[in-house]
Design a binder for this molecule. Sequence first.
Ligand code: 5GP
Ligand code: MN
Length: 335
Amino acid sequence: MSESQNFPENASLAQIGGVLRDHQSFVLISHVRPDGDAIGSQLALGYALIAAGKNVRLINEDGLPDNLAFMAGSERIELPPAEPLDVEVAIALDTATKPRLGDRALHAASKAKIWLNIDHHVSNPRYGDLNLIDATSPATGQILYQLITALELPMPAETRDAIYVAVSTDTGSFQYPSTTAKTYEMAADLIRRGLDVGTINSNTYDNFPYRRVELMRALLNTLELSDDGVVANWTLNDQTRIDLALMPEDSEGLIDIIRAIRGVQLAVFFEELHDGKIRVSMRSKDRRLNVCEIATEFGGGGHALAAGIRMNGPLGEAKKLVLGAIRRSIAAAGM
Ligand code: 5GP
Ligand code: MN
C-alpha cells in the first residue's frame, strides 16, 4: 500500500477507486512540456481505465513529444480540443500546480464535475477534489503502480511499459536517492509481467536525434563553474534553438552531465524561451541545498533535489537573480 495513506490530507486508495468505478468518462491531463513521467502517467492510468471499459481522453497542452512517440499507445495523446469535453472526471497527473496543465487543457476539462490530483511534488497545493500526493514517491508512475495494483485494475502492456518509462526517466534510470526498494520491486514485477527491459531502455535512452548532441556541444561552450567549484551552469539562448531547430524535449536530462561533475553540488540550466521568458532547471546533490525552496522564491517549484522556474527575462537578469539566490542558500547551509 502507498505511503501516501499515512497523510490524512490524502484521499484513500479506496476513495479514488470509488470515483474511478462510479463514473464512465474521464479526461487525463499532465503538465506542459511533458516528460516521461507526465506522458507515462497518462498512458499508465489511461490504458488501465480503457481496459476496464471506461471512456478515456488523454490530452496535453503541448501534445506528445517526439522522444516519447515510441511508447505503446502514445498515439492517443491529443492536443486539447477547442470545445470542452463532456466528461465527468478530470485527472491531473504529475502536475505541481493547476496552471501547469495549460490554459487550453484546462478549458477542455472545464465540464468535469470531479477533479483528481495525483502527483509526487512536495510543493503541490492539493488543487483536486480528491488528492493523492506522495512526495516520497520518485515518480507519479510509481504512485499509479500502487493504485492500479491495490485496486486490482487491469494492467495491459501499455500500462506496464508506461509505468516503467515514467519511473525510469524520473529517477535518472533508477539512480536518484528517491529510488527505493519498492521502486526496484515494482520494476521486477513489471518485468515478470512481460516487460522487455532491453528494448524499452534502448528506445528511451539510445534513440536521440543528432541535433541533441549538437545542442550538447553548444551548451558546453557556455559552461560556467563557480570559483569554489560548487555551482555549474550552462545556457541555451534563443539563437541556438533556432539554428539547431531544437524541440523542447531535446534538452531533457542534459543537466545531468554538469550535475555529474565532481565537487558540483548544484547544477543550473538556463533556457531562453520563444516568448522571452526564461526556463530555469536546477538539480542538487545535497539535501542541505533545497532547489525547490530556491525555485519557490521565483514562483517555480518541484522537488528538493530537482526543481524548475519559468520567470521573466532578460536572460542576464534572470541568471543574476537565480545565481544570487543560490549563493545565499549555500551560505545559509554553511557550505
Ligand atoms: P525540470 O528541471 O526537469 O524541468 O523539472 C524538475 C522538476 O521541477 C519537475 O518535477 C517539474 O515538474 C518541476 N518544475 C519544473 N519547472 C517548473 C515550474 O515552472 N513550476 C513548478 N511549479 N514546477 C516546475
Ligand atoms: Mn514526475
